[in-house]
Design a protein around this ligand. Structure first.
Ligand code: GLN
Length: 456
């Protein structure tokens, strides 16, 4: 009840949610009753969870932020959602996003613009802006997002919350609307590293409905926090941290740079050794990402044709039915991505774009591996600036894409990364949060969570 009243107070200003569950109180009462009867309850009993609207839920609409799926209701729960429910988590609603995850501000939603809780005239980041804003404004306790090129980490940084992008394959993608399947991963938001780790623990693990989900055993991310000694003076003694040089070059705001150097000093105080490392192919990540992500999306989005999926615009002739349904259903950003992707994949250009981008991807993977052979973790900013004004970059897609430079490489390499607040820059009524990104080796989320927990 307290969350419902908080929602009615905050939601008219924020617009984080596209849909609020109408069974919220009933679901909560069911858990209450279980507890009263002395029955065992799951790890998320009573925890209110927001779910990004490109993650399918059986009891609420799932629009992907797109007009083409307006009023669409999936006949099943995504595996991550099913696991949340099995552990007695309560779904509070579906959060706003850039259409199908394509964007960095949540302004590309077909339905509404979400505001940043720290300053309502600014963007919350994207594409999981609704999930980040909802946790930041305490509209829910934790939330699920998706991260193809930074969509969990960048809004976590902009909204001053914790965001975790798991290793590719750690969490099942079954029921996540596909954007770029070789990069997509479901991730978590929380107000603390421990909360975020607990949610990760619940949703992780192999799933027979996703062939790319990993068989690796899931360590108990949820209980490791209790055993960490926070009183020790150098709890991270001996940990080697590499600060990625290329992420602190020109184009990064001074406020962001000084927050990151403050974070590096804090890590040293905790016992780490921090040295600069270079990832030579870093700047190639951005063009490679936008070619690969657009290419994959142009193929994935072909399913929305007004016949198999999506709202139909009736036409006398079948091809017109397809094209009219898609022209009316998809917003401008999505149409642009489909065009870019189709272009990059077309016969005469395939070698020059798609194939080259794949080669760059291999280089990037290798340079991360080399850097992580020498270091336990890598650190960097999350974005070149803190949250900017709504509308500021809306008509300049290249400027917006450039803001993804620090996050996309991690997806290309398939690695896990944790973002947590590390400082503020001037702006808005009370300052604007800045996040620190910790990048780890594949499937080593446990180390990131440990370092993050001690850091905060
Ligand atoms: N901003 C990036 C894009 O638009 C990343 C999006 C994401 O991670 N879903 O593609």
């Amino acid at each position: 009840e307290s969350y419902l009243s908080r929602l009615s107070l905050t939601e008219p200003h924020l617009h984080s949610f596209l849909h609020i569950s109408d069974s919220l109180l009933r679901d909560a009462q069911l858990i209450d009753r279980k507890i009263e009867k002395g029955e065992d309850v799951g790890l998320l009993a009573g925890v209110l969870v927001g779910v990004k609207d490109n993650i399918c839920t059986a009891d609420m609409p799932s629009t992907g932020g797109s007009r083409i799926l307006e009023n669409y209701k999936a006949p099943f729960d995504a595996t991550a959602v099913r696991r949340v429910k099995e552990k007695d988590g309560i779904l509070i609603g579906k959060t706003n996003l850039d259409e199908f995850g394509m964007g960095s501000t949540t302004e590309a939603s077909s339905f509404q613009v979400t505001a940043n809780p720290w300053d309502l005239s600014r963007v919350p980041g994207g594409s999981s802006g609704g999930s980040a804003a909802a946790v930041s404004a305490r509209q829910c306790m934790v939330s699920l997002g998706s991260d193809t090129g930074g969509s969990v980490r960048q809004p976590a940084s902009f909204c001053g919350v914790v965001g975790l992008k798991p290793t590719y394959g750690r969490v099942s993608r079954f029921g996540l609307m596909a954007y770029a399947s070789s990069l997509d991963v479901i991730g978590c938001f929380g107000t603390s590293v421990a909360d975020t780790g607990i949610l990760l623990h619940v949703i992780s693990g192999h799933d027979r409905f996703d062939a790319t989900s990993s068989n690796r055993e899931v360590p108990d991310f949820s209980s490791q926090f209790a055993s960490i000694n926070l009183v020790e003076s150098k709890p991270l003694k001996g940990l080697k941290v590499g600060l990625i040089r290329e992420t602190l070059e020109d184009g990064v705001d001074n406020g962001v740079k000084s927050a990151i150097s403050g974070a590096a000093t804090h890590l040293e105080e905790l016992g780490c050794t921090v040295t600069e490392v270079s990832l030579p192919s870093f700047s190639l990540g951005l063009p490679a990402y936008y070619i690969l992500a657009s290419s994959e999306s142009s193929s994935n989005l072909s399913r929305y044709d007004g016949v198999r999926y999506g709202n139909q615009v009736f036409a006398e002739e079948l091809n017109a039915l397809y094209s009219d349904s898609r022209a009316k259903g998809f917003g401008p950003e999505v149409q642009m991505r489909i065009l870019m992707g189709t272009y990059a994949l077309s016969a005469g250009y395939y070698d020059a774009y798609y194939k080259r981008a794949q080669k760059v991807r291999t280089l990037i993977r290798k340079s991360f591996k080399d850097a992580l052979d020498d270091n336990d973790i890598l650190i960097s900013p999350v974005a070149p600036s803190a949250a900017y004004k709504i509308g500021e970059k809306k008509n300049d897609p290249l400027a917006m894409y450039a803001g993804d430079i620090m996050t996309v490489n991690v997806n290309l390499a398939g690695l896990p990364a944790l973002v947590l607040p590390c400082g503020f820059v001037e702006g808005g009524p009370v300052g604007l949060p800045v996040g620190l990104q910790l990048i780890g080796s594949a499937f080593d989320e446990a180390k990131l969570l440990k370092v993050g927990h001690i850091f905060e």
